[in-house]
Ligand binder design. Structure first.
Ligand SMILES: [Zn+2]
Length: 489
């Protein structure tokens, strides 16, 4: 088996891993690179470290844009094979990619009008339509034949709706072997989703490492924490503003609020989900109730309730309705994108509401360095919006327990329960997180095989005996290619 890591190498975006098995080229994920110097990110998304026309199949772990966002670009550049994923992932991808095409067009327009430069969008709506025609969907546990001696199975990753751990069983050198790619690995005991399925054997593991050095807060205290915060704000007649991540986080928060309403722990104030994207995503969640976990069945579906549709909640799509929220009298909860406060309607809600101490900005997601969200979390008292500084006098509270990624202990536990492992490749984590996971695999798990923290563009040949060699010559060629692209690697 030949492996080439073409993204999410010592960072958390642009997931793309190329496999070659028995002459078949399989791309695991085709994500968008995000964050960092603009030129470099643009280049990573414009070009691939492989020829798109030579890829036979794409296998998609889940819908998040850093795993699926460059599929239309791949198709635009000549990919004509099939794309495999679960049904819910397909539907979510369609919603997210159409939104992505819209953002691409907006960005190009902005650059043209404001900076007088012409940049072409990376893809457009038509590319998304062409991409959607290539999808083939399967259920979890449904083993299907990808090619001669190559079989594919999806297992529930418990990360977002439809997310999958990908297992590829193949015969090479007359030996039956198995590669497992975790995609993004979820957590146990989270709302809506099943716990991540524990794969019990694999020879080669490609594993994410987003939170390899962190231990998350337990989800047990989330209800109490929200109950306390919301009751305090309602008592002082304030509003609660939540920067929302449209896929999963928003639905999880709505789920917990619905539980608190049902238990009469908080007053029945309205919740406005002010995001056209979240409204579309909610429709996909409605269609795939069979993906929900048993607690969701017990607490909602068995009582003919949807966790995401109830009297107090209103999904807002139109701009006019969104603007009318400024005049809403009394306490309410407003959830609006983007999650890190860099774009979208949340900026308007912050502008109108963050100047009043009676209001609360509730942070339920990770705020990356350099974002407006991070400034808010770090206690800045003046925030720049639409080119002007505004005072931040509202209370700011952070609830960290909503993370959708396995933490340090969960990652190690997951690896420990996989038998027959010989090679582990660590991806999808910042440099230090990758290194911490590698050291912990050797030192805590006493792993006797080989662990690699991969570099961008790094290639490996893994034999049936588990030995691997870095492909020195190809690496040299790759470095030359990258130098030509003026990228530092
Ligand atoms: Zn993800």
């Amino acid at each position: 088996m030949y492996l080439k890591f073409c993204g999410a190498a010592q960072n958390v975006t642009g997931s793309r891993h190329l496999l070659e098995i028995n002459g078949q080229r399989v791309l695991l994920d085709c994500g968008m690179a995000q964050g960092g110097p603009k030129e470099k990110v643009r280049s990573l998304n414009e070009n691939f470290l492989f020829n798109p026309t030579e890829i036979d199949y794409v296998v998609l772990s889940h819908a998040h844009i850093d795993h699926s966002g460059m599929l239309p670009r791949l198709v635009k550049l000549g990919f004509k094979g099939k794309i495999f994923c679960t049904m819910a992932t397909r539907d979510l991808v369609e919603v997210l990619l159409l939104d992505g095409a819209h953002i691409q067009a907006q960005d190009a327009k902005f650059v043209r009008e404001e900076l007088g430069k012409d940049i072409l969008p990376l893809f457009d709506e038509q590319d998304v339509r062409s991409t959607m025609k290539l999808f083939n969907t399967f259920e979890y546990f449904q083993k299907f034949k990808l090619a001669e001696n190559v079989w594919l199975t999806f297992y529930d990753a418990g990360h977002v709706l439809g997310s999958a751990i990908i297992a590829i069983d193949f015969k090479e050198e007359n030996e039956q072997r198995r590669l497992v790619f975790t995609g993004d690995l979820g957590r146990k005991y989270m709302p809506i989703l099943n716990d991540p399925y524990q794969v019990d054997h694999a020879h080669i593991l490609i594993i994410e490492s987003t939170y390899a050095s962190h231990i998350h807060d337990s989800f047990d205290t989330v209800h109490e924490e929200l109950e306390r915060l919301i009751n305090e704000v309602v008592k002082r007649n304030g509003k609660i503003i939540v920067p929302g991540f449209s896929l999963e986080r928003t639905q999880e928060l709505v789920y917990v609020l619905h539980e608190l309403y049902n238990a009469k722990k908080i007053p029945a104030i309205p919740i406005f989900v002010d995001s056209p994207l979240s409204s579309e995503i909610a429709k996909v969640f409605d269609r795939y109730q069979n993906y929900y976990d048993s607690e969701t069945f017990r607490d909602f579906l068995s009582k003919a309730q949807s966790p995401f549709r109830f009297k107090e909640i209103k999904y807002i799509s139109s701009v006019e309705e969104s603007k009318r929220l400024n005049d809403f009298d009394g306490s309410c909860i407003i959830i609006a994108a983007s999650g890190m406060c860099e774009a979208g309607r949340i900026k308007h809600h912050l502008k109108y509401h963050m100047g009043y101490p009676r209001n609360l900005i509730l942070v339920v997601g990770f705020m990356a360095e350099g974002t407006r969200g991070r400034q808010i979390v770090e206690g800045e008292r003046k925030i720049r919006l639409f080119g002007k500084l505004y005072p931040l006098r509202a209370e700011v509270a952070v609830i960290n327990a909503f993370s959708a990624h396995a933490d340090k202990l969960e990652l190690l536990e997951y690896i420990r329960n996989i038998n027959d492992l010989k090679n582990i490749f660590i991806v999808h984590g910042e440099e230090t997180e990758c290194a911490v996971l590698r050291d912990n695999i050797y030192n805590i798990l006493k792993f006797k095989g080989k662990v690699d923290v991969v570099d961008l563009g790094e290639e490996f040949e893994v034999t049936a005996a588990g030995t691997e060699s870095e492909l020195g010559q190809r690496r040299q060629e790759y470095l030359k290619e990258m130098a030509a692209l003026k990228l530092k690697v």
